[in-house]
Design a protein around this ligand. Structure first.
Ligand code: CP
Length: 312
């Protein structure tokens, strides 16, 4: 049973709760592979996507997830809302609740913003990415994709490569994969690796060739090009030379290694085009599975699993 009001991060979840979410996504995946992708589960419920940052995958998959479950959904972006008139996040969230929102899905550049909103409203709040803190639904879809392909997470060697310091995807993936028993390695330039990871059971590498040895799963992170302007790595060409995933480096991993990327991709920088489109890549499966996982989450928070009163 998933007895939470909100999903704010994977740090707080137990392995059992993560497993419930992944198990619930299995029948949802069946729904989205049917010709008619519609079930009445959330009829009469209202889901609001409130995005203060751009998004392709997360916002559209939450919107589709809500529609496939027959919920009413609306999208609000900060640039076209009263945020431009100075309305606070607190007042915006309270207004959406007063309009009848059952679930608010929030992406915000500030770490902790979804936690603030979750305290301000009685409806469910889902973190769709908060600053460099967490992106829990990305990690859930990553876990789902690996489990679907491999049957398990436990015992797999998962290597996350890139800007670990600023990556909310890396943070949530580290929580998720370690909680489910994977061996997690991170690799990147020393300036982009936070301290203290070893204490969380993560192995730190600075050389791709060492990190990739025997990898079952390789998660490549997007290079955030603004970090180069801040002087945290020398240049894109140099980055690609040292930390880009190409065919030669992929050959160091396990023969059936899965190549993953949360998107959007910088082809030719963190990943070569032939690897992104090659037989090891499950990048498009990740996108599809994102819909199933988000349907499961909406169902558990706003439908069958909702237990708001019990938690408040
Ligand atoms: N993975 C991810 O969060 O992509 P979007 O920014 O397109 O939502």
């Amino acid at each position: 049973m998933f007895k939470r009001k909100d999903l704010l991060g994977l740090q707080d979840l137990t392995a059992a709760e993560i497993t419930v979410l992944l198990d619930t996504a299995v029948p949802m995946k069946d729904v989205i592979t049917r010709p008619i992708k519609k079930v009445p589960t959330l009829r009469g419920r209202t889901v609001v996507n409130l995005f203060y940052e751009n998004s392709t995958r997360t916002r559209s998959s939450f919107e589709l997830a809500a529609k496939y479950l027959s919920a009413d959904s609306i999208n609000i972006s900060s640039s076209s809302s009263s945020v431009t008139k100075g309305e606070s996040l607190y007042d915006t969230a309270r207004t959406l609740q007063a309009l009848g929102a059952d679930v608010i899905i929030l992406r915000h550049p500030m770490a902790g913003a979804p936690h603030l909103v979750a305290r301000a409203v009685q409806c469910a709040v889902i973190n769709a990415g908060d600053g460099a803190h967490e992106h829990p639904t990305q990690a859930l879809l990553d876990l789902f994709t690996v489990r679907e392909r491999r049957g398990t997470i436990s015992g797999l060697r998962v290597v996350i490569v890139g800007d670990i310091l600023h990556s909310r995807v890396a943070r949530s993936d580290i929580w998720g994969f370690t909680k489910l028993g994977a061996e997690v390695r991170v690799c990147g330039p020393p300036t982009l690796i936070p301290s203290g990871l070893e204490e969380a059971g993560v192995e730190v590498y600075y050389h791709m060739e060492e990190a990739l040895a025997g990898a079952d799963v390789i998660i490549m992170l997007r290079v955030q090009q603004e970090r180069q302007r801040q002087g945290m790595f020398p240049g894109l060409r140099e980055y690609a030379r040292l930390y880009g995933l190409n065919r030669e480096r992929l050959a160091l991993a396990g023969k059936d290694a899965l190549v993953m990327h949360p998107g959007p991709l910088n082809r030719g920088v963190e990943i070569s085009a032939d690897v992104a489109d090659g037989r090891h890549s499950v990048i498009e499966e990740q996108v599809t599975n994102g819909v199933a996982v988000r349907m499961a989450l909406l169902y558990l928070l706003a439908g069958g699993g909702a237990q708001h009163e019990a938690d408040n």
